[in-house]
Design a protein around this ligand. Sequence first.
Ligand code: DCP
Ligand code: CA
Length: 406
Amino acid sequence: MSRRIMHIDLDAFFVSVEQALNPELKGKPVVVGGRPDRRGVVASASYEARQFGLYAGMPLATASRLCPQATFIEGSFPKYRQASQRFMAILADFSPFLEPVSLDEAYLDVTGFESIYGSIHQMATKIKQRIKDELGLCASVGIASCKVVAKVASELSKPDGLLEVAGGKERSFLAPLPVAKLPGVGKKTEQLLKGVGINTVGELSKMPLSALKSYFGASGELLHRYAKGIDDREVEPPSAAKSISRETTFGKDTRDRSLLKATLRYLGERVGADLRQRGKQAGCVTLKLRYADFTTITRRHTLSQTSDSDQTIFDTGVKLLKRELSLGKQPVRLIGIGVSNLAEPGRQLDMLDASAQRQEQLNKAIDRIRNKYGFTAIQTGRTLLLKDIFPESEGGYTLHTPSLSR
Ligand code: DCP
Ligand code: CA
């Protein structure tokens, strides 16, 4: 079945949040970014202000010269973050295949959802309506068979738009547009293309791949595909985190190496379990230490081979820890361990290695038991030491929630 992807982007986001909170501002030229007599640039301009030539990134002084009657607002980020969370929550009600791209922009994979909503178009109308009713904001929606075309469609439909590109029409839809409308074409690329007489996406799509590669290197190939309306990128829900880490603050600053190692083992095992649950392998291990005076360091080590094994995470962490402690700094206040450069497990050479295979089976078995009976059902030697030190298990130190960064 051909895919259906939706790109949803809120109109004049920061400004619209301000207008929803203060309806007097509706229908007027409004700028969020700061006072016009201060240095700084426009972050968001209402569509009324855009009629005077205002745009994001323009110096505030220029904006106030072009449109002196505009209301200038400093803006406050927490409001926008909250609106963003509510926006994403609404989208998540419609499809679990949600990929937030920025505060006010997301992709939804809605393939097959026509059976629920009658049509994807009707689904989009419902989404727009809920955003309007619950947040007082306007969203523009593009629907197409791939991300790049959906994004161009939503952009083109603004403000308060809804544009669907039928399957098979991707290339002809993009063809008449100026190259600058194509994601990935920035100012520099646009200039270069203009210089060789390429103005529209259609013209770009007809350029020989070899020419594009010679101008733009590897990204030339991507441009070539996008220009034809071809884009295989999946909608990736945020669980595809780029790193996983755990850290903990000690009740009392410590230099005790056994305690530091035991804690590292415990945190490393939780990171490992999380990694395996996500079906990922890590390419890099990072140690974090905060000393008594709050100086914080991170030390990373790139693994020669990606891994999801507790032992590898721990061994690497300990190596980094030893090196750091040998510098004889102050007592440690916080310790953390993380993994990054996450990748799908590939076919690995050392899978043939019996000990690696055993280790993997062991990790899997431990995870199975822990999933069934809870994390403390199995403790390895080192984490048992923690139990002796903190009979209340986690009482002596604060366990932070895992930090997932994308
Ligand atoms: N933003 C910013 N500085 C920029 C661009 C954007 O601070 N140079 C912030 C303010 C915007 C928000 O990000 O409201 C979203 O950016 P968009 O590019 O989506 O712009 P808008 O939502 O303001 O307008 P549009 O209707 O064109 O999407
Ligand atoms: Ca926007």
